[in-house]
Design a binder for this molecule. Structure first.
Ligand code: FAD
Length: 516
């Protein structure tokens, strides 16, 4: 067992060396530093919403991304004279063992606003304070501290982006250097009886080996994040003119946005560093776009959702969530499964769902299309069901942002114009009239003439035969008629909104049954 001044840095998100105040603090004045990551079996538990048995709460693409990120972190730590110690088990229990075994005097980890981590952290902090261990847990995952914004707003989270911006203002660190560059780290002490391993492989974690074409093209890790960021920032004009929702959601060879979300999710990239890089570009151009549409504005959306999520009890459900409209969604497993497994018969929707399964990433407007289709646009299935599917399959799956966007897209919160529905036919066609994205992700339709690619069920049988794709046999017929279903959805939402207004938002399950 090592003695002296021993510190432990507990990596969870924040899988990086740059702008990492917890790592910096842990290394200062310590004789020994133990860099730890705990593989949490929680994410490897079976997912009740998965399409095939044996699927886990976190899909294979996200776990692979995590393992790549850990391997990259390990290499960086080794260059600094240290290494990553990987352990496995319920994280708070594992941590308590390490704290005891290694005689830790200082414990450092990034603050996390997710309820799951808040629960873990209470246990660890209680133990540390009872044992006289110093705890340093800085906010460095977001641009702002959500608690500060909520406090400025009399204890309530701001519910609109504009009010969030007003409260947030310019971040205090915006024009100062972030954290000092770390050139070396204290050595690791004796690891005693703790079961340390190297970064595991996918099969070692019980994930089946799957074919390369089922795996995301995006590789995890801080090195990859900084390279990707550098590439994006080198195109100053693109950064300055960035405007969302403009941009082509069907572009897959060269996506229309940065694809930095998975790196931000795991903290391989610091959002503050990203913010400063955008600021530097903006200072050196004549004009640039502004929030909410600019690239800086996208990062502020992220902080907006983090703030609302942190300040809203039961943010991830309809029940007992004061900002969520109560809507009598259908329970329809058949429709849910057709959506989830890319069998709706609408090629634009199905192609995006294949992209989700294979890549774990889709453009923002593609996410809009499929989320609207599942909920208020066509199928009227509960947003929580779609949220779970995204939660498992996205590599950027993020508790606050995923829930926030599903609340938005289903017109349950933030956005209420339920008459504005994305057409599963004409929306994609506007960007990609030839259907290249569909042909790529649904090769069964690759020979369908462009006139029919968005509505293949309208193609004459002779054309289907020539395209080697008979609708109803090789590719499904549409599960609903969009014209009829979307009208019905609007009618149900109008009724639900009326009831929410009448009952002042306090709508019980019995009230909802009346609308069914
Ligand atoms: P860019 O346009 O390059 O933006 C840069 C960064 O800004 C992103 O990486 C992201 O961190 C942040 N950002 C951009 N748009 C949003 C937004 N609308 N809300 C919050 N932050 C944003 N994003 C996630 O990171 N994780 C999720 O789990 C997630 N679930 C979503 C679910 C639905 C139904 C929808 C409609 C959107 C969801 N998003 C989620 C938001 C958004 O689609 C992605 O952040 C974005 O497409 C990621 O691509 P990018 O990195 O190229 O984004």
């Amino acid at each position: 067992m090592a003695s002296g001044s021993n510190s432990l840095i507990w990596f969870r998100k924040g899988i990086r060396i740059h702008d990492n105040p917890a790592l910096e603090h842990a290394s200062k004045g310590s004789d020994y530093l133990y860099p730890v990551f705990v593989i949490d079996p929680h994410y490897m538990e079976p997912d009740p919403n998965a399409s095939s048995s044996g699927s886990t709460l976190a899909g294979v693409n996200r776990i692979r991304f995590l393992l790549e990120s850990l391997a990259d972190l390990d290499s960086s730590l080794q260059r600094l004279g240290s290494r990553l110690l990987v352990l496995k088990g319920e994280p708070s229990e594992v941590l308590l063992c390490c704290l005891k075994e290694w005689n830790i005097k200082k414990l450092c980890f990034e603050y996390d606003t997710e309820p799951y981590y808040q629960g873990l952290d209470i246990k660890v902090k209680n133990y540390a304070s009872a044992s006289g261990i110093e705890v340093f847990s800085p906010v460095s995952h977001t641009l702002f501290n959500p608690a500060d914004i909520i406090q400025k707003n009399d204890g309530r989270p701001p519910l609109s982006y504009q009010s969030f911006l007003k409260l947030a203002g310019q971040p205090s660190w915006a024009s100062s250097p972030l954290s000092t560059v770390i050139s070396s780290l204290p050595p690791i002490g004796n690891v005693g009886n703790c079961e340390i391993s190297n970064v595991p492989t996918l099969p070692e974690l019980g994930y089946e080996d799957i074919g390369q074409d089922e795996l995301t093209p995006f590789r995890g890790g801080e090195s990859e994040a900084l390279k990707r960021l550098g590439d994006a920032m080198s195109n100053k004009e693109w950064v300055a003119k960035f405007e969302k929702p403009k941009g082509d959601p069907s572009a897959f060879l060269k996506p229309a946005t940065t694809v930095l979300s998975p790196y931000l999710k795991f903290g391989c990239l610091s959002s503050r560093y990203f913010y400063q890089c955008i600021q530097d570009v903006q200072k050196n151009v004549k004009s640039h776009t502004l929030p909410p549409v600019s690239l800086l504005g996208q990062l502020l959306w992220r902080d907006f959702f983090y703030t609302v999520a942190f300040g809203t009890p039961n943010f991830d459900q309809m029940k007992d969530n004061r900002i969520c409209k109560q809507i009598p969604w259908n329970v329809d497993d058949e429709l849910l499964e057709a959506w989830r497994d890319a069998r709706t018969g609408f090629p634009w929707i199905d192609a995006i769902m294949v992209q989700l399964r294979k890549w774990g990433w889709m453009h923002h407007l593609a996410r809009h299309s499929v989320a609207c289709f599942l909920t208020r646009g066509d199928l009227f299935v509960h947003w929580e069901k779609g949220r779970d599917v995204f939660g498992r399959l996205l590599i950027d799956s993020d508790w606050a942002i995923n829930n926030g966007n599903w609340l938005w897209l289903s017109c349950s919160s933030f956005f209420y114009q339920y008459n504005r529905i994305y057409s599963p036919i004409s929306f994609g066609k506007k960007y990609d009239p030839n259907g290249n994205c569909i042909r790529h992700f649904l090769p069964i339709l690759k020979d369908m003439p462009k006139e029919y690619i968005y509505e293949p069920w309208t193609a004459p049988l002779s054309i289907q035969t020539k395209a080697k794709c008979i609708i109803g046999k090789d590719y499904p017929k549409p599960v609903i008629s969009h014209d009829i279903a979307s009208k019905e959805c609007k009618r149900k939402l109008a009724e639900a909104y009326e009831l929410n207004k009448k009952l002042n938002g306090v709508v019980g399950e019995e009230d909802l049954k009346i609308l069914k």
